[in-house]
Structures are given as structure tokens and as C-alpha cells.
Design a protein around this ligand. Structure first.
Ligand code: F0G
Length: 442
């Protein structure tokens, strides 16, 4: 097998075996890439093979990750693959969103239509497969909710024990309900995601437990297929730009690696720009870029888009590299912009969770600032399903969404109201025909 791990630091580049249980370089603590001696000389032949596999009922071909296995060839034993037919997510044209953002056309690739409702499944099938290849019996992650839901499901499928570290009271209920149902040991830590991440890193370093956050480079190999599948669905027509939310920055990192590898292997002859959008007050990458800092500028993160409430993202260096390779950029959007963009995504009949809406909000902003041209061919990646965080959506439509709200059994304080610009509140009506007809205007 030709896979190995390699440190991403220019002045280190240490290579280690793909079966080493390490999530950072043993010499310099740099992030690791999974690297391969690819056996691909004729990309057109592989494009055809990928297409033909859509007609096959082989479990690997039915997966929107493993269908492209030659581009992530780290597992030589198909029997070890843990798959739930992940990927296979649609690309929708979104006319309301395009008009709202000011683009001629906009396409949304909806990763929220994965088995557990988020893009994490693309990565988790790869991560849990690697855990199985390493004979791990227990896996762990820190999470703002989606990684934990996904890991819990895939660990259950693989018969592994799952331990999740989540910030207490800070993850959406849809996500919490998933990990409980999938049988994960759920540790609610006092503190935020960044503290949970620190704890799980220490504990997995010192024990047999296998870490499945996106610092694990095998996770990112699976997430590369979001780009690969998107290109395959478009008949390999390359968009000008791919827009993605930024939290722990695993997804944007994997997009960069996918694009670079596809380019190096001759699958594509130009690289779509990777544009990362963060929430205004959960903006460590944006701050680091603007300040041209060589070190990450951490922040104490605040946003109602709890999925991306992260101030110390582990993969920031890989995200920087993705922007460098693709001439990409990072920008920020406000809570108000996220909330309104989310409602517009809903109006296209698509819907998503708040973090995903940073994409459409970001495109709108970048069109206004002329960073994006209205003729550009743009694909935005929606990362999570609408049903993950119903409280946010219902509060928005009932004109009851606040940037700061604290609860003690009931709401005790609320500040900084978000305007429900596109509210669609439910209408209370008596169960009488005449009254209903009146409301219907009939
Ligand atoms: N969108 C959603 C719905 C997410 O759940 C996340 C991350 C992101 C965007 C950001 O992606 O971290 O790759 O930059 N959620 C993680 C979790 C951190 O624990 O579920 P990223």
C-alpha cells in the first residue's frame, strides 16, 4: 500500500507510516497529510470508471466517498470499510439565493442530506475505516454537535465504543439527540468547544482511544470527495469558486487538498477558488489573514451558528494552504446576515442549519464589495440539515431570535435582537371553517 503520513511543515516534511497512531508530527507537532504514490496516469479513464460505478450495487460503489477510492487509496481491504452510503448529495440550482446574493446563477451542494445530516459523514466513513484498520475499539471526538452525531453513528455500525466531548448547553438539540440515540457515551463539559478539543487531544494521546476530529488526516481524505463528487456531477465542468463555512477548518482544508491533487493528477486544468466564510465573532482565520500574522490569532468565539463557534481551529494552517493554492480568501458575516440568508435558502425549498447559511450571506457581501463578479460560476456548500437546529429557525420566524439569550429553565435575559426580515410566523386560528377561509382570503 502506497499511503503514508507526512508533516505539512515546509522545513520538516517528516514521513511516517500510515498506521502510526499520531495526529500530529512526532518531531515538530505539525499537522499531517495522508500522502500516496498515486497509480493514475489516465484521468479520463478514471472519470468514466467513476461514472460507471453509479450503476453498480457494490457497497463501495454505492458510497459517494468510496466510489472515488483511487483518489484516497489508503484502505486495501474492502471488507474493512465502514460505509452508510454517505455522500451522494445533490447539487441544486437556487434562484432565490442567486437573486438575493446578486449572482446570475448559484448552485448549492447540500451535504446536509447525508445519513446523519451533515458533511461529517463523508469524513467519518474514512476516519472510522482507518480506526478499524488500526484495530481501535474506542473512538473519541470533541464536537459542536455534527462530528459527534456522525462519529456515534459510524462507531455504532463498526461495533466500536464512542466517547464524545461536547460543550455543555452549546450544541443544538437535534445533534445531541443523535449521539444519545446512536449509543455514544456523551460527556457534557463545562466550557467551550476549544476546551473540549484540548481535553480530547490530551486523553487520546495518552491512551488507546482513537481521535476522530478533523485533525485526523484520514477524516479529511473522505471529505475530499465533496469536491470530487461535485465535479463529477457537473461533468467535470470546473466552477470559478467554491464557498464553504469555516469552523475548525477541516472542510476547507480537505477542499484545498482535493483541488490540488486533482490538478496535479490532470483531472482538472484550473483550480476553483476556495472562499471560506466565518461568523463575525468566531473569526480567528479572518483575523489572522487580515493581520498577516504567522501565528493563529485565537478568539473567544460567539455565534448562534453553534456549529462554527470555534476560536482556536486546529486545521488553520491547512486552510491557509488551501487559500494559497487556489487564490482563495476568507471573509466574515454578521449574525443578522446569517439569519436572513438562511431564510432565503429556505425559500428555495432547500433549507440548512445556521452555519451553512454563512455561504450565501458571504457571497452577497462579496458581490457588494466586488470581490465576486455576478457572472461567476459559484458553488456554495451547505454543510448541515435544516432539522439539526429547529429552535433557531422557529425563533427567527416568530421574531424571537436574539444574539445573546440566557436561560434558567426559562428565558431570563435577551439582548441584541436579530431582525426577522423574512419571517414566516405561524398563524393562530380557531378551528372554524369561516375563520380559516378568512385567513386564506377565500
Ligand atoms: N458547518 C457545520 C454544519 C458544521 O457542523 C461545521 C463543523 C462546520 C460547518 C465547519 O466545518 O470545522 O470543517 O471548518 N462542525 C464541527 C463539529 C466542528 O464538531 O461538528 P469545519
Amino acid at each position: 500500500m502506497s499511503a503514508y503520513l507526512q508533516c505539512i511543515e515546509e522545513n520538516c516534511q517528516k514521513r511516517i507510516s500510515a498506521t502510526t497512531k499520531a495526529h500530529v508530527c512526532p518531531d515538530c507537532s505539525g499537522l499531517l497529510d495522508v500522502m500516496y504514490d498515486f497509480q493514475i496516469t489516465d484521468p479520463d479513464k478514471f472519470k468514466q470508471t467513476f461514472q460507471q460505478r453509479r450503476l453498480s450495487n457494490d457497497p463501495l460503489d454505492l458510497s459517494g466517498v468510496w466510489r472515488y477510492r483511487e483518489l484516497l487509496p489508503f484502505c486495501s481491504d474492502p471488507a474493512k470499510v465502514v460505509t452508510m452510503q454517505e455522500g451522494n448529495t445533490p447539487i441544486y440550482e437556487a434562484p432565490h439565493c442567486a437573486e438575493y446574493a446578486g449572482l446570475k446563477r448559484l448552485h448549492l451542494k447540500h451535504q446536509g442530506l447525508n445519513p446523519t445530516g451533515s458533511f461529517k459523514d463523508n469524513g467519518m466513513t474514512a476516519g472510522v475505516t482507518q480506526a478499524r484498520l488500526m484495530n481501535s475499539r474506542m473512538v473519541a471526538c470533541a464536537s459542536t454537535g455534527n462530528t459527534s452525531a456522525s462519529m456515534a453513528a459510524y462507531a455504532a455500525r463498526a461495533g466500536m465504543k464512542a466517547v464524545i466531548f461536547i460543550p455543555d448547553q452549546q450544541i443544538a438539540f437535534g445533534k445531541l439527540s443523535q449521539s444519545l440515540d446512536y449509543g455514544a457515551l456523551t460527556l457534557q463539559l463545562e466550557g467551550d468547544f476549544d476546551e473540549a478539543m484540548k481535553m480530547v487531544k490530551e486523553i487520546t494521546e495518552e491512551s488507546e482511544v482513537y481521535l476522530l476530529n478533523s485533525i485526523n488526516p484520514f477524516r479529511l481524505e473522505g471529505q475530499k470527495t465533496i469536491i470530487i463528487e461535485m465535479l463529477a456531477q457537473r461533468g467535470w465542468k470546473i466552477p470559478d469558486r467554491v464557498v464553504v463555512p469555516g469552523g475548525n477548518l477541516g472542510n476547507s482544508s480537505s477542499f484545498g487538498k482535493a483541488i490540488k491533487e486533482l490538478h496535479d493528477l490532470g483531472f482538472i486544468d484550473k483550480m476553483p477558488m476556495v472562499t471560506i466564510i466565518q461568523a463575525l465573532r468566531a473569526n480567528p482565520l479572518h483575523k489572522t489573514l487580515i493581520d498577516r500574522s504567522a501565528r493563529l490569532i485565537r478568539v473567544e468565539a460567539h455565534t448562534l451558528a453553534t456549529a462554527i463557534k470555534i476560536g482556536n481551529p486546529v486545521s488553520w494552517k491547512k486552510a491557509m494552504r488551501a487559500m494559497e493554492w487556489t487564490r482563495g480568501w476568507c471573509d466574515v458575516v454578521s449574525e443578522q446576515e446569517i439569519a436572513d440568508a438562511k431564510a432565503i435558502i429556505g425559500r428555495d425549498g432547500i433549507g440548512c442549519e445556521p452555519a451553512s447559511a454563512t455561504t450565501v450571506a458571504g457571497i452577497k457581501k462579496l458581490i457588494q464589495t466586488k470581490e465576486i463578479d455576478k457572472e461567476e460560476d459559484v458553488v456554495a456548500v451547505l454543510t448541515g440539515n435544516l432539522l439539526k437546529d429547529p429552535d433557531y429557525t422557529v425563533n427567527y420566524h416568530q421574531n424571537n431570535l436574539y444574539e445573546k439569550a440566557s436561560y434558567k429553565n426559562e428565558l431570563i435575559e435577551r439582548k441584541d435582537k436579530i431582525q426577522s426580515t423574512f419571517a414566516n410566523a405561524p398563524v393562530k386560528v380557531k378551528a372554524r371553517k369561516a375563520e380559516i377561509l378568512k385567513v386564506l382570503g377565500l
